[in-house]
Write a protein that binds this ligand. Structure first.
Ligand code: GLP
Length: 242
C-alpha cells in the first residue's frame, strides 16, 4: 500500500486527478471504477479541467460505479446516478452507453444485483477510485461484510446513515438500504486509489494504516491487494505517527 501525503483536500484532488488523467492518456479505452461522496468531487473537477484543456478525452472510457441507494429515484439529487451526472458525466464527452451505475429496482432487488454482478464478471476495471466511510466501509460494504462478497443489497448502519444525512433534509429521508459492488469485485481492479482527507477521516486512516486485516474494518481488505495508493492529507494523518 503506497501512501501519498498531501497538504490538504485540494492537493489530494490534484494528485488523484493526475493519476487518473495520466492513465487515460496511456490507455484511452480505460475502464474506471468510480465513487461518490465528497472525497472524489475535487478529483472529478481536475478530470473535467483536463478534458476542457484537451489533455484527455472520455470518448472510449467505460465506467462502473460502486453503489446506489435503494428507494430513491434516479432523478432525485441525492441519488448517485444524479451525483455522477452532475459532478462528472455532464461535463465530459463520455458515451451514455459506457456508463454503468447500479440500479436497484425495488421490485426486483435480487435480479438487479445479479445483473450488475454479471456485468462486473465480464469486466476488468483498470483503476478503482474509493473513498472511505468513518467505520471503514468501502462502496457500501459495511463492517462484517465477507471479503468474498459480490454485488448485494446492504442494510446501511445507523453510523453511515448519520454520516450521509448531510445530503438530505433529515435522517428520516436517508435510505436504509443500498446496492453495492462487493469487496470481491472491488479487489479485482488492477489498481485502487483511495482518497481520505480531513479530520473526520483521521480515525479511519489510523485504523487502515495499522495494517490489521479484519472484516470489522472493510477497507483493511485492501492490504491483500498489490497495487493500492492511498491519497491522504495532513489532517487525516494527524493520529498516525509518521
Ligand atoms: C458513502 C459512499 C462511499 C464513500 C463514503 C464516504 O457512504 N457510499 O463510497 O466512500 O460515503 O464519503 P465522503 O467522501 O463523503 O466522506
Amino acid at each position: 500500500m503506497k501512501i501519498i501525503r498531501c497538504k490538504n483536500y485540494e492537493e489530494a484532488s490534484k494528485v488523484a486527478g493526475n493519476l487518473i488523467s495520466e492513465a487515460i492518456q496511456a490507455k484511452p479505452d480505460i475502464v474506471l471504477g468510480l465513487a461518490t461522496g465528497s472525497s472524489p468531487i475535487g478529483t472529478y473537477q481536475k478530470l473535467i479541467q483536463d478534458y476542457e484543456d484537451k489533455k484527455i478525452t472520455f470518448e472510449q472510457v467505460k465506467t462502473y460505479n460502486l453503489d446506489e441507494y435503494v428507494g430513491i429515484g434516479r432523478d432525485c439529487p441525492q441519488s448517485y446516478y444524479y451525483f455522477m451526472n452532475d459532478n462528472l458525466f455532464n461535463h465530459v464527452d463520455i458515451k451514455k452507453e459506457n456508463i454503468h451505475i447500479p440500479y436497484a429496482n425495488p421490485e426486483q432487488l435480487e435480479e438487479s444485483c445479479k445483473h450488475y454482478s454479471e456485468e462486473l464478471d465480464k469486466t476488468v476495471v483498470d483503476i478503482q477510485l474509493l473513498g472511505i466511510g468513518a467505520n471503514g466501509h468501502i462502496g457500501f460494504n459495511e463492517p462484517k461484510t465477507s471479503f468474498e462478497q459480490k454485488t448485494f443489497i446492504v442494510n446501511l448502519t445507523e453510523k453511515t446513515r448519520e454520516d450521509n444525512k448531510r445530503f438530505f433534509n433529515s435522517i428520516d429521508e436517508v435510505p436504509t438500504k443500498a446496492i453495492t459492488m462487493g469487496i470481491a469485485e472491488i479487489m479485482k481492479a488492477k489498481k485502487i486509489i483511495l482518497i481520505a482527507t480531513g479530520k473526520n477521516k483521521a480515525e479511519a486512516v489510523k485504523r487502515l494504516l495499522s495494517k490489521e486485516v479484519t472484516t470489522d474494518f472493510p477497507a483493511s481488505a485492501l492490504h491483500l491487494h498489490d497495487d493500492v495508493v492511498v491519497v491522504t492529507d495532513d489532517e487525516a494523518l494527524s493520529l498516525v505517527n509518521c
